[in-house]
Design a protein around this ligand. Structure first.
Ligand code: SAH
Ligand code: SF4
Ligand code: F3S
Length: 462
């Protein structure tokens, strides 16, 4: 096939987007061009997420659309990759539009699968038979090599890159599907992470975000030495042209995090930003969620973080409407949000995930209406806190890394009105909007903040 076109869409987290980047680069190397619509694609890949039912539902409806397209484009190949592929496996083939089901650990073989489907018009399912089995060394090595070879995650325009430091999760929060689709925790070799970061920086990356489901539990033993996240941060700080270093997401680790916060305070390149979900402020619910801390211990953690990094911006995730969540439980969550003084939060309505402990044991008994109300209330409480929090930046000059033109026009009547509105981020991950030349994309700039809103800071280029 000449001039083959690939359409790929990610439905999940940064980890999922990183996988999509690797796959895209592998297909490009094979001669594919990327198209931004399914309508003219030869190969369509949906990189799926299973974390909540609505993420899965979106995929099912998009598959329906491909089925419709295939009536007039029968040569089209549809591959389902990612977490939902691992979760559902064979089951996906019930939908006749699907040609390939490929789990997150099998993506290095994906191009070969597509070729086989094209030449033999067969269906292929390739997922881990037992996802909780520790992957043997060859699988991990193949994934590492694939990662190194096709890490094009440095976005050409923004000069930001993402590097995975570990795969999987061992935490088994009782509501969560991730351990069942991404397998056990495996930390990558520090030297390999360093080499990959170095390569990306040589290619122009100015910011690197290290990725792991529980990135602060990174641990790699080599001989006598055990490398943890602070060691990695220290190593990577040595890369000259790298300016900003971040990591997501952290799970409150009462034993080890103090070292991490200390390193954050000492290493200039590490951004003062921490994404550390609490999930709930009720000890009873935290216990049912199998989160290994109390609300007070969590708040104490934040205090320790702030003692080493005074200007640290903290983001949190919450689940509302967990089975049995009473008004009192929810109030405790509101209280925690008020005390934590977050920069921002993400709030999710509990979604039962098949096979998880919560789903097996507890009935999803909080009505959708109540979940919605609690979700909105929590966001409203945080909105006020963010509004207040952001005032500290008014009149300040902040360094930002510019991402590019803003997709939607903001209510900003600042100077340089003949220039487009640009979106940028501070080291604390605040979104900054200002007018400036498009050529600033991917570069650092200084912006004087004029006005602040709960989610956005507005200013003028200095
Ligand atoms: N590994 C990360 C986040 C993984 S999923 C961490 O532990 O922080 C991202 C967020 O989705 C979680 O923080 C949680 O708030 C939410 N989430 C996970 N499972 C969920 C479920 N079954 N229903 C609703 N929200 C869920
Ligand atoms: Fe899911 Fe918990 Fe692991 Fe995060 S730490 S991915 S919420 S099991
Ligand atoms: Fe990410 Fe969703 Fe999988 S959150 S790890 S893509 S289940």
């Amino acid at each position: 096939m000449k001039d083959k076109k690939l359409y790929i869409k990610s439905f999940g987290c940064q980890m999922n987007k990183l996988d999509a980047g690797l796959v895209t680069a592998a297909f490009e190397e094979d001669g594919y061009s990327i198209t931004d619509t399914e309508d003219n694609a030869d190969v369509v890949l949906f990189n799926t997420c299973s974390v909540r039912a609505n993420a899965e539902n979106r995929v099912h409806s998009r598959i329906g659309y491909i089925g419709h397209l295939k009536k007039t484009r029968p040569h089209m190949v549809l591959g389902i990759i990612g977490c939902m592929a691992q979760r559902l496996g064979e089951e996906f083939l019930k939908d006749t539009a699907v040609d390939i089901v490929c789990g997150p650990s099998q993506i290095p073989d994906l191009l070969g699968m597509v070729n086989d489907v094209i030449s033999e018009r067969k269906k292929i399912v390739s997922v881990c038979a037992d996802v909780r089995e520790k992957p043997d060394a060859t699988i991990s090595e193949t994934l590492d090599e694939f990662e190194y070879a096709f890490d094009s995650s440095k976005d050409q325009k923004t000069n930001q890159a993402f590097v995975r430091v570990m795969r999987g999760c061992n935490n088994f929060c009782s509501y969560c599907i991730v351990p069942f689709v991404r397998g056990p925790e495996v930390s990558r070799k520090p030297q390999q992470i360093f080499d990959q970061c170095k390569k990306l920086v040589d290619e122009g990356a100015k910011q690197i975000t290290l990725l792991g489901q529980t990135v602060n539990s990174y641990e790699y033993s080599a001989g006598e030495k055990t490398y943890r996240l602070p060691d990695l941060l220290e190593m990577l700080s040595e890369i000259d042209s790298l300016k900003w270093l971040r990591f997501i997401t952290s799970y409150p680790n009462l034993n080890h995090d103090e070292d991490l916060f200390k390193a954050m305070g000492e290493l200039d390149k590490v951004c003062p930003y921490l994404h550390m979900p609490a999930q709930s402020g009720s000890d009873r619910i935290l216990k049912a969620m199998n989160r290994h801390y109390s609300a007070q211990q969590y708040l104490d953690q934040l205090a320790v973080a702030r003692s080493y990094v005074p200007d640290i911006a903290i983001a949190g995730d919450f689940i509302v409407g967990f089975p049995g969540e009473t008004d009192e439980d929810f109030e405790a969550t509101v209280e925690l949000v008020k005390k934590a003084n977050y920069k921002n939060i993400f709030a999710f309505k509990y979604s039962p995930r098949p096979g998880t402990k919560t789903d097996k044991k507890l009935e999803d008994n909080i009505p959708e209406e109540i979940k919605k109300l609690r979700n909105n209330e929590l966001l409203k409480v945080q909105e006020q806190i963010s509004a207040e929090y952001n005032k500290r930046y008014e009149g300040k000059i902040l360094e930002v890394l510019v991402e590019g033109p803003s997709k939607k026009a903001h209510l900003n009547k600042a100077q340089n009105a003949n220039n487009p509105q640009l979106i940028a981020r501070t080291a604390t991950d605040h979104i900054v909007v200002f007018n400036g030349p498009e050529s600033l994309a991917g570069n650092f700039a200084q912006v004087e903040i004029e006005k602040t809103m709960p989610l956005t800071l507005f200013g003028n280029l200095v």
